[in-house]
Design a protein. Sequence first.
Length: 422
Amino acid sequence: MTRALSARQRTLATWWAEGTGTESREGVIAEGAIRSGKTWAMVLGFLLWSQRRFSCQRFIVAGVTVEALKRNVVGPMGEALRQLGWAWSFNRSESRISIGTNTYHLFGANTERSQDALQGLTAAGCYADEVALFPKSFVDQMVARCSVGGSKLWFNCNPSYPSHFFKTEFVDRADELNLLHLHFEMSDNPTLSQEVIDRYERMYTGVFYDRYILGLWTLAEGLVYPDYADALEDERPDADAVEEWAVSLDYGTQNAFAALMWARAGATWHVVGEYRYSGRDEGRQKTDADYVEDMRAFAAGLPRGTRFFADPSAASFIAAMRRAGFKVYKARNDVMDGIRETGACMARGDVRVWSGCEGLVRELSGYRWDSRGGDDRPVKVEDHSCDALRYGVASLRINEGRKARGYSMWGATHGQGVHRHV
């Protein structure tokens, strides 16, 4: 192999081998910081173990979605197989990989119904990538499917909240379940320079820093954007310097309707204006037609074809805007991904907020995690402008623009690298 392994990576890749002292374990859990080298070592170990211990068997390889799995696991798997000199084939239509006489079936695990795809399968082992993002029902079913003698469980993940089922039922009970538990830090990845590690440390704030940099299972508490004040600016960019405009909005009838105006100057997106209307506070509920006219006035003077990103649940309003000639898209609406990206973009200076957006600034100062539920969710009070902010960052893909400039937040994307397609 051409890629050197750290001591922790070597343990992950070889724990199952005779003479290691851990070969009797039923499986392994590799958890901790992002970019800490978990995936490469686990892929290598899983391949070596499954090929040396079994023939004519089937294995479960699971990710949040099959597409994510192809990107995050199949890519490095292809690289490992090329270095090992093993022939393999990837049947994309059936989402399965064949290596020698063994078959590796790819599964997505993003809904409670995902477990249904596992019914009736007998497996000699499983590889679960980012297992903390799986539904519990899928994990239970996956473990139950691994019934061939000598089968083992391979889990990896980044930390989540402390009461997460995988933390309480697997990580905390690793010894009881006869699982090897390995905690990874960025220093366990020999391919990362100190300069790169320092850069990643600057990319995250709050709970995401604790989880993705320190690798801790911590509770989300306090302000969602604790450093929001650093993103505020007293002056808006000169209109002549603006290269692109956009509007993001959170739709409300009785609840507040909030819209934000975005202006890109160079590499930075600035929130330069806001619109807010609360039917409850004003005592009069507006119709979709009313809001369309309000958006026409709000966006007056913006270039023709300016993109609007709307709350995806507002189907009737989106349809009304499109009939009126606006270029409207449904906003990306994954809450945790959006919050993570928004916090990172504000911390890096990729997103700035004009202090004159009083409604948004007021919300940011009180936008807090709800610690009562034990999981990750913001308090759903006075959050409409914050939702519009998240829609803008996620839909304009401001964080991904950072990748194009060579600062990938999530790490390098591996090529598929398949040997041949069926």
